[in-house]
Design a protein around this ligand. Structure first.
Ligand code: F6P
Length: 341
Protein backbone atom coordinates (compact mmCIF):
# COMPACT_ATOMS: atom_id res chain seq x y z
CA UNK A 1 0.00 0.00 0.00
CA UNK A 2 1.19 3.56 -0.73
CA UNK A 3 0.06 6.32 1.58
CA UNK A 4 0.56 10.03 0.93
CA UNK A 5 1.04 12.63 3.64
CA UNK A 6 0.81 16.42 3.36
CA UNK A 7 0.78 19.52 5.57
CA UNK A 8 -1.53 22.44 4.67
CA UNK A 9 -2.31 25.93 5.96
CA UNK A 10 -0.15 27.98 8.34
CA UNK A 11 2.74 25.93 9.71
CA UNK A 12 3.02 25.14 13.40
CA UNK A 13 5.44 23.39 15.74
CA UNK A 14 4.74 19.64 15.83
CA UNK A 15 4.05 19.02 12.12
CA UNK A 16 7.32 17.13 11.70
CA UNK A 17 6.53 14.98 14.74
CA UNK A 18 3.32 13.82 13.01
CA UNK A 19 5.18 13.09 9.76
CA UNK A 20 7.79 11.09 11.69
CA UNK A 21 5.12 9.01 13.47
CA UNK A 22 3.27 8.31 10.19
CA UNK A 23 6.48 7.18 8.48
CA UNK A 24 7.72 5.08 11.41
CA UNK A 25 4.46 3.25 12.03
CA UNK A 26 3.41 3.08 8.38
CA UNK A 27 6.67 1.40 7.36
CA UNK A 28 7.52 -0.62 10.45
CA UNK A 29 4.07 -1.87 11.46
CA UNK A 30 2.44 -2.18 8.03
CA UNK A 31 5.21 -2.31 5.45
CA UNK A 32 3.65 0.60 3.52
CA UNK A 33 5.45 3.01 1.23
CA UNK A 34 5.02 6.60 2.36
CA UNK A 35 4.98 9.49 -0.10
CA UNK A 36 5.35 13.07 1.12
CA UNK A 37 3.45 15.64 -0.97
CA UNK A 38 4.97 19.11 -0.95
CA UNK A 39 3.22 22.42 -0.19
CA UNK A 40 -0.18 21.30 1.06
CA UNK A 41 -2.81 20.43 -1.57
CA UNK A 42 -0.52 21.84 -4.25
CA UNK A 43 1.56 18.61 -4.05
CA UNK A 44 -1.19 16.16 -4.97
CA UNK A 45 -2.46 18.60 -7.62
CA UNK A 46 0.87 18.96 -9.41
CA UNK A 47 2.50 15.62 -8.56
CA UNK A 48 5.23 17.31 -6.49
CA UNK A 49 6.18 14.53 -4.07
CA UNK A 50 9.08 12.60 -2.58
CA UNK A 51 9.32 9.16 -1.05
CA UNK A 52 9.72 9.27 2.72
CA UNK A 53 11.89 6.56 4.25
CA UNK A 54 12.96 5.95 7.84
CA UNK A 55 16.15 7.95 7.29
CA UNK A 56 14.18 11.02 6.18
CA UNK A 57 12.46 11.33 9.53
CA UNK A 58 15.50 10.87 11.76
CA UNK A 59 16.09 14.00 13.85
CA UNK A 60 12.95 15.86 12.75
CA UNK A 61 10.96 15.30 15.96
CA UNK A 62 12.15 18.52 17.52
CA UNK A 63 12.31 20.64 14.37
CA UNK A 64 9.72 23.39 13.89
CA UNK A 65 7.94 24.04 10.57
CA UNK A 66 7.37 21.19 8.16
CA UNK A 67 9.87 19.28 6.01
CA UNK A 68 7.14 19.06 3.35
CA UNK A 69 6.42 22.78 3.11
CA UNK A 70 2.91 24.17 3.28
CA UNK A 71 0.47 26.34 1.34
CA UNK A 72 -3.12 27.52 1.51
CA UNK A 73 -3.94 26.09 -1.96
CA UNK A 74 -7.52 24.80 -2.18
CA UNK A 75 -8.26 22.35 -5.02
CA UNK A 76 -11.95 23.28 -4.84
CA UNK A 77 -11.02 26.88 -5.67
CA UNK A 78 -8.77 25.83 -8.55
CA UNK A 79 -10.12 24.94 -11.99
CA UNK A 80 -10.05 21.13 -12.34
CA UNK A 81 -8.22 20.80 -9.00
CA UNK A 82 -9.96 17.65 -7.82
CA UNK A 83 -9.49 15.86 -11.16
CA UNK A 84 -5.80 16.77 -11.05
CA UNK A 85 -5.52 15.14 -7.62
CA UNK A 86 -7.34 12.04 -8.81
CA UNK A 87 -4.94 11.80 -11.77
CA UNK A 88 -1.77 12.28 -9.68
CA UNK A 89 -2.83 9.73 -7.06
CA UNK A 90 -3.57 7.15 -9.80
CA UNK A 91 -0.29 7.90 -11.58
CA UNK A 92 1.77 7.63 -8.39
CA UNK A 93 -0.18 4.61 -7.10
CA UNK A 94 -1.20 6.37 -3.89
CA UNK A 95 -4.12 4.59 -2.19
CA UNK A 96 -4.88 6.99 0.67
CA UNK A 97 -3.90 10.37 2.08
CA UNK A 98 -3.17 11.69 5.55
CA UNK A 99 -3.81 15.45 5.56
CA UNK A 100 -2.42 17.47 8.47
CA UNK A 101 -4.02 20.88 8.69
CA UNK A 102 -6.53 23.31 10.09
CA UNK A 103 -10.08 24.19 9.13
CA UNK A 104 -9.42 24.80 5.41
CA UNK A 105 -7.18 21.76 4.83
CA UNK A 106 -9.57 19.49 6.69
CA UNK A 107 -12.57 21.01 4.86
CA UNK A 108 -10.90 19.92 1.61
CA UNK A 109 -10.17 16.49 3.13
CA UNK A 110 -13.87 16.08 3.89
CA UNK A 111 -14.97 17.05 0.39
CA UNK A 112 -12.37 14.77 -1.22
CA UNK A 113 -13.64 11.85 0.86
CA UNK A 114 -17.19 12.68 -0.30
CA UNK A 115 -15.78 12.63 -3.85
CA UNK A 116 -14.36 9.13 -3.37
CA UNK A 117 -10.73 9.87 -2.37
CA UNK A 118 -9.74 8.27 0.96
CA UNK A 119 -8.42 10.88 3.39
CA UNK A 120 -7.73 10.82 7.14
CA UNK A 121 -7.30 14.21 8.84
CA UNK A 122 -4.92 15.32 11.58
CA UNK A 123 -5.80 18.62 13.31
CA UNK A 124 -3.15 21.31 13.70
CA UNK A 125 -3.28 25.01 14.50
CA UNK A 126 -1.62 27.25 17.02
CA UNK A 127 -5.03 28.93 17.41
CA UNK A 128 -6.63 25.84 19.06
CA UNK A 129 -9.91 26.80 17.40
CA UNK A 130 -10.76 23.49 15.74
CA UNK A 131 -13.96 21.89 16.94
CA UNK A 132 -14.17 18.25 18.00
CA UNK A 133 -10.73 18.10 19.62
CA UNK A 134 -9.85 19.34 23.10
CA UNK A 135 -6.45 20.61 21.93
CA UNK A 136 -4.46 20.97 18.73
CA UNK A 137 -0.67 20.66 18.78
CA UNK A 138 1.16 23.95 18.21
CA UNK A 139 -1.10 25.73 20.70
CA UNK A 140 0.94 24.82 23.77
CA UNK A 141 4.15 26.01 22.08
CA UNK A 142 2.52 29.29 21.00
CA UNK A 143 1.24 29.90 24.54
CA UNK A 144 4.73 29.25 25.96
CA UNK A 145 6.31 31.71 23.54
CA UNK A 146 3.68 34.38 24.25
CA UNK A 147 3.97 33.84 28.01
CA UNK A 148 7.73 34.21 27.91
CA UNK A 149 7.32 37.42 25.91
CA UNK A 150 4.84 38.78 28.49
CA UNK A 151 7.27 37.96 31.32
CA UNK A 152 10.03 39.84 29.50
CA UNK A 153 7.84 42.80 28.56
CA UNK A 154 6.68 43.18 32.16
CA UNK A 155 10.18 44.00 33.45
CA UNK A 156 10.82 46.67 30.82
CA UNK A 157 7.29 48.08 31.28
CA UNK A 158 7.86 48.35 35.04
CA UNK A 159 11.23 50.08 34.55
CA UNK A 160 9.71 52.78 32.34
CA UNK A 161 6.26 53.05 34.00
CA UNK A 162 4.63 52.27 30.66
CA UNK A 163 1.57 50.37 29.58
CA UNK A 164 2.51 47.49 27.32
CA UNK A 165 0.08 46.05 24.81
CA UNK A 166 1.02 42.56 23.56
CA UNK A 167 -0.76 41.51 20.38
CA UNK A 168 -0.93 37.74 19.90
CA UNK A 169 -2.34 35.61 17.07
CA UNK A 170 -5.97 34.53 16.91
CA UNK A 171 -8.21 36.07 14.28
CA UNK A 172 -11.41 34.32 15.24
CA UNK A 173 -10.67 32.78 18.64
CA UNK A 174 -8.86 34.18 21.66
CA UNK A 175 -7.35 30.98 23.06
CA UNK A 176 -3.72 32.11 22.83
CA UNK A 177 -4.61 35.48 24.37
CA UNK A 178 -6.60 33.85 27.18
CA UNK A 179 -4.01 31.22 28.11
CA UNK A 180 -0.88 33.36 27.74
CA UNK A 181 -2.64 36.24 29.49
CA UNK A 182 -3.57 34.03 32.43
CA UNK A 183 -0.13 32.43 32.57
CA UNK A 184 1.62 35.79 32.29
CA UNK A 185 -0.62 37.57 34.80
CA UNK A 186 -1.95 40.09 32.28
CA UNK A 187 -4.01 42.97 33.64
CA UNK A 188 -6.39 42.98 30.68
CA UNK A 189 -7.10 40.24 28.12
CA UNK A 190 -9.04 41.04 24.94
CA UNK A 191 -10.43 38.36 22.63
CA UNK A 192 -12.34 38.39 19.31
CA UNK A 193 -15.33 36.69 20.93
CA UNK A 194 -16.16 39.77 23.03
CA UNK A 195 -15.99 43.31 21.60
CA UNK A 196 -14.14 45.49 24.12
CA UNK A 197 -14.83 48.92 25.54
CA UNK A 198 -11.80 51.23 25.29
CA UNK A 199 -13.16 53.21 28.28
CA UNK A 200 -13.15 50.06 30.39
CA UNK A 201 -9.61 49.16 29.27
CA UNK A 202 -8.47 52.66 30.22
CA UNK A 203 -10.10 52.28 33.67
CA UNK A 204 -8.22 49.03 34.28
CA UNK A 205 -4.96 50.58 33.03
CA UNK A 206 -5.36 53.61 35.32
CA UNK A 207 -6.15 51.40 38.29
CA UNK A 208 -2.95 49.48 37.66
CA UNK A 209 -0.88 52.67 37.40
CA UNK A 210 -2.47 53.98 40.62
CA UNK A 211 -1.21 50.87 42.36
CA UNK A 212 2.29 51.69 41.06
CA UNK A 213 2.48 48.81 38.62
CA UNK A 214 2.85 48.77 34.85
CA UNK A 215 -0.26 47.43 33.07
CA UNK A 216 0.13 44.56 30.62
CA UNK A 217 -2.68 44.22 28.09
CA UNK A 218 -2.83 41.06 25.99
CA UNK A 219 -4.94 41.45 22.87
CA UNK A 220 -5.78 38.85 20.23
CA UNK A 221 -5.23 40.12 16.69
CA UNK A 222 -8.93 39.68 15.92
CA UNK A 223 -10.26 41.65 18.92
CA UNK A 224 -12.71 44.41 17.99
CA UNK A 225 -13.44 47.66 19.84
CA UNK A 226 -17.07 48.39 20.65
CA UNK A 227 -18.76 51.25 18.84
CA UNK A 228 -17.38 50.62 15.35
CA UNK A 229 -14.03 52.45 15.63
CA UNK A 230 -12.04 52.00 12.41
CA UNK A 231 -9.18 49.63 13.13
CA UNK A 232 -7.00 47.92 10.54
CA UNK A 233 -6.46 44.37 11.69
CA UNK A 234 -3.58 41.96 11.10
CA UNK A 235 -3.83 40.29 7.69
CA UNK A 236 -5.68 43.28 6.14
CA UNK A 237 -4.09 45.55 3.52
CA UNK A 238 -2.97 49.05 4.51
CA UNK A 239 -3.03 52.22 2.38
CA UNK A 240 0.13 51.07 0.56
CA UNK A 241 -1.46 47.72 -0.31
CA UNK A 242 0.83 45.93 2.16
CA UNK A 243 -0.54 43.07 4.23
CA UNK A 244 -0.38 44.21 7.85
CA UNK A 245 1.14 42.19 10.65
CA UNK A 246 -0.66 43.38 13.75
CA UNK A 247 -3.05 46.31 13.95
CA UNK A 248 -5.42 46.41 16.89
CA UNK A 249 -2.57 46.33 19.45
CA UNK A 250 -0.87 49.43 18.02
CA UNK A 251 -4.21 51.21 17.76
CA UNK A 252 -5.04 50.40 21.38
CA UNK A 253 -1.62 51.50 22.67
CA UNK A 254 -2.15 54.90 21.02
CA UNK A 255 -5.66 55.22 22.48
CA UNK A 256 -4.30 54.38 25.95
CA UNK A 257 -1.50 56.96 25.64
CA UNK A 258 -3.92 59.66 24.48
CA UNK A 259 -6.56 58.97 27.11
CA UNK A 260 -4.27 58.41 30.13
CA UNK A 261 -1.34 60.69 29.28
CA UNK A 262 0.97 57.76 30.12
CA UNK A 263 3.53 56.26 27.81
CA UNK A 264 2.34 53.16 26.04
CA UNK A 265 3.96 50.69 23.65
CA UNK A 266 2.66 47.87 21.48
CA UNK A 267 4.51 44.66 20.60
CA UNK A 268 3.19 42.35 17.88
CA UNK A 269 4.45 38.81 18.48
CA UNK A 270 3.36 37.61 15.03
CA UNK A 271 5.04 34.56 13.55
CA UNK A 272 7.46 34.05 16.44
CA UNK A 273 4.48 32.19 17.96
CA UNK A 274 4.59 29.67 15.11
CA UNK A 275 8.32 29.14 14.83
CA UNK A 276 10.96 27.03 16.51
CA UNK A 277 10.93 23.81 18.49
CA UNK A 278 7.67 22.34 19.81
CA UNK A 279 7.15 21.89 23.55
CA UNK A 280 7.22 18.36 24.98
CA UNK A 281 3.40 18.41 25.23
CA UNK A 282 3.05 19.26 21.53
CA UNK A 283 5.61 16.62 20.50
CA UNK A 284 3.68 13.94 22.38
CA UNK A 285 0.26 15.04 21.09
CA UNK A 286 1.52 15.31 17.49
CA UNK A 287 3.18 11.88 17.72
CA UNK A 288 0.02 10.26 19.09
CA UNK A 289 -2.09 11.90 16.36
CA UNK A 290 0.29 10.52 13.70
CA UNK A 291 0.17 6.99 15.11
CA UNK A 292 -3.63 7.00 15.32
CA UNK A 293 -4.00 8.42 11.80
CA UNK A 294 -2.04 5.40 10.53
CA UNK A 295 -4.44 3.10 12.44
CA UNK A 296 -7.43 4.80 10.76
CA UNK A 297 -5.89 4.30 7.30
CA UNK A 298 -5.10 0.66 8.15
CA UNK A 299 -8.77 0.18 9.13
CA UNK A 300 -9.95 1.83 5.90
CA UNK A 301 -11.75 4.39 8.08
CA UNK A 302 -11.72 7.49 5.85
CA UNK A 303 -13.47 10.83 6.25
CA UNK A 304 -12.38 10.95 9.89
CA UNK A 305 -10.06 13.15 11.91
CA UNK A 306 -8.05 11.99 14.91
CA UNK A 307 -8.89 14.07 17.97
CA UNK A 308 -7.99 14.45 21.64
CA UNK A 309 -10.82 13.83 24.12
CA UNK A 310 -9.60 14.05 27.68
CA UNK A 311 -6.44 11.95 27.49
CA UNK A 312 -7.68 9.61 24.74
CA UNK A 313 -7.16 9.87 21.00
CA UNK A 314 -10.45 9.17 19.23
CA UNK A 315 -11.78 9.42 15.66
CA UNK A 316 -14.45 11.95 14.75
CA UNK A 317 -16.13 12.58 11.42
CA UNK A 318 -14.42 15.32 9.40
CA UNK A 319 -17.88 16.80 8.90
CA UNK A 320 -18.20 17.28 12.67
CA UNK A 321 -14.65 18.60 13.01
CA UNK A 322 -15.11 21.31 10.37
CA UNK A 323 -18.70 22.26 11.24
CA UNK A 324 -17.84 25.21 13.47
CA UNK A 325 -14.86 26.92 15.06
CA UNK A 326 -14.23 26.40 18.75
CA UNK A 327 -14.25 29.84 20.34
CA UNK A 328 -13.63 30.92 23.94
CA UNK A 329 -16.83 30.40 25.98
CA UNK A 330 -18.08 33.31 28.12
CA UNK A 331 -17.45 31.36 31.35
CA UNK A 332 -13.77 30.83 30.50
CA UNK A 333 -13.32 34.55 29.76
CA UNK A 334 -15.06 35.51 33.00
CA UNK A 335 -12.58 33.41 34.99
CA UNK A 336 -9.81 35.68 33.68
CA UNK A 337 -11.71 38.93 34.36
CA UNK A 338 -11.09 38.47 38.11
CA UNK A 339 -7.48 39.51 37.44
CA UNK A 340 -8.19 42.61 35.34
CA UNK A 341 -6.99 45.96 36.57
O1 F6P B 1 -4.06 30.00 11.65
C1 F6P B 1 -2.80 30.22 12.12
C2 F6P B 1 -2.39 31.65 12.00
O2 F6P B 1 -1.11 31.72 12.56
C3 F6P B 1 -3.34 32.67 12.63
O3 F6P B 1 -3.24 32.77 14.02
C4 F6P B 1 -2.92 33.92 11.92
O4 F6P B 1 -3.96 34.86 11.93
C5 F6P B 1 -2.63 33.44 10.54
O5 F6P B 1 -2.30 32.06 10.66
C6 F6P B 1 -1.51 34.17 9.85
O6 F6P B 1 -1.40 33.71 8.57
P1 F6P B 1 -0.18 34.03 7.59
O7 F6P B 1 1.01 33.26 8.07
O8 F6P B 1 -0.65 33.56 6.27
O9 F6P B 1 0.06 35.49 7.67
Amino acid sequence: MRVGVLTGGGDCPGLNAVIRAVVRKGIEAHGWEIVGFRSGWQGPMTGDSRPLGLGDVEEILTRGGTILGSSRTNPYKTEGGVEKIRGVLAEQGVDALIAIGGEDTLGVAKKLTDDGIGVVGVPKTIDNDLGATDYTFGFDTAVHIATEAIDRLRTTAESHHRALVVEVMGRHAGWIALHSGLAGGANVILVPERPFSVEKVVEWVERRFERQFAPIIVVAEGAIPEGGAEVLHSGEKDAFGHVRLGGVGTWLAEEIAERTGKESRAVVLGHTQRGGIPTAYDRVLATRFGLHAVDAVADGDFGVMVALRGTDIVRVKLAEATAELKTVPAARYEEAEVFFG
